[in-house]
Design a protein around this ligand. Structure first.
Ligand SMILES: C[S@@+](CC[C@H](N)C(=O)[O-])C[C@H]1O[C@@H](n2cnc3c(N)ncnc32)[C@H](O)[C@@H]1O
Length: 314
């Protein structure tokens, strides 16, 4: 594991207590708008099936330039920016029920170590407020729920209700009572008020987001001063011969495994392609700096197959 030698500033803000209402939400939530359709941090939500909730409007079609009508990439395909979110949604609706088992199979269980590494870098403390963006089936949120304790609060958010449904069932079954489940687009994080969270994480989510700059800006907005962002994501392997082997594995074995286990080769082809299209370590670091994050650094894991980027809001 290597890292760029920048010393992060340790957040000095004391852990804040949370009540069981809606400390993070922009309020009041207007009805009939995408924001109004978000699930608030209400107890009744925990008892209601997500599928009963009106679907969150998909991203507004802004590409990297913010112009509707721009093209972007969906894996190796060039698509209209406004179409990408729908295509990504189809992938995750399709794989949701098999997502966890496929993760273990595809990574030989190593994704658990990558996630553990990110959690160790989080500096999470009791009583804190944590937002896991694009959190899917809730691997990180489950651990944070334990770490922040009963005085803390964790929000598991995702744009995709199939993924969030699996996550919600898992975490409720595990007895996580301090977690809320919120449908939200990472590009806007619209349901959340400014300066709400001590810690933000996005794990294997950012590469699926159409407008990554907008997402990083939204993350900066909802983070409290003194808080930190962690981005765990596939990245660029640092050792060239290893890249070749990795390419062979990704483009040949993954779609076959996807076909056999999830009956969906295409989604796993997208996975391999989307990884190659994602910004490399240095590019992502500079995008984070551009969004306002300070003391940014990254750590390569498994030879740069994955990297954890970290940045602070001072
Ligand atoms: C590969 S999964 C990662 C899930 C989980 N964080 C993990 O590490 O196992 C990617 C997740 O990103 C979500 N996602 C994709 N685009 C998103 C967006 N614009 N806003 C929020 N979530 C998004 C998907 O629905 C999916 O659940």
């Amino acid at each position: 594991m290597s890292n760029e030698n920048q010393t992060p500033t340790t957040p000095t803000e004391p852990a804040q207590r949370s009540d069981s209402t809606s400390p993070f939400l922009n309020s009041p939530l207007p009805q009939g708008t995408p924001q109004g359709q978000q699930q608030s941090l209400q107890q009744e939500f925990n008892d209601a099936p997500i599928s009963n909730v009106p679907k969150y409007n998909l991203p507004r079609g802004a590409g990297k330039t913010g112009n509707v009508g721009d093209t972007t990439h969906f894996g190796y395909q060039t698509v209209k920016a406004e179409d990408k979110a729908q295509k990504v949604a189809e992938v995750f609706h399709s794989v949701a029920s098999k997502y966890d088992i496929m993760n273990d199979l595809m990574s030989f269980g190593i994704h658990r170590l990558w996630k553990r590494f990110a959690i160790n870098m989080s500096g999470v403390r009791r009583g804190q407020h944590v937002l896991d963006i694009a959190g899917g089936t809730g691997d990180l949120a489950k651990v944070f729920s334990r770490e922040v304790g009963p005085q803390g609060r964790v929000v598991l958010s995702d744009i995709n209700e199939s993924m969030l449904n699996v996550g919600r069932d898992r975490l409720l079954d595990a007895g996580c009572t301090n977690v809320d489940f919120v449908l939200a687009n990472a590009e806007t994080l619209e349901p959340f008020a400014d300066n709400s969270f001590d810690l933000l994480t996005i794990s294997f989510g950012l590469r699926n987001v159409t407008d990554k700059d907008a997402a990083l800006e939204a993350m900066y907005r909802v983070l409290k001063p003194g808080g930190r962002l962690l981005v765990l994501e596939f990245s660029k392997p640092v050792f060239e011969p290893f890249s070749k082997l990795y390419d062979f594995y990704s483009f040949t074995a993954l779609p076959i495994m996807g076909k056999l286990v999830a009956n969906d080769a295409e989604s796993y082809k997208y996975l391999a392609e989307s990884i190659r299209m994602h910004p490399d370590q240095r590019t992502l670091k500079s995008m984070m700096e551009q969004a306002g994050f300070k003391n940014c650094d990254y750590h390569n894991l498994t030879g740069g197959i994955v990297a954890v980027h970290r940045g602070f809001k001072l």
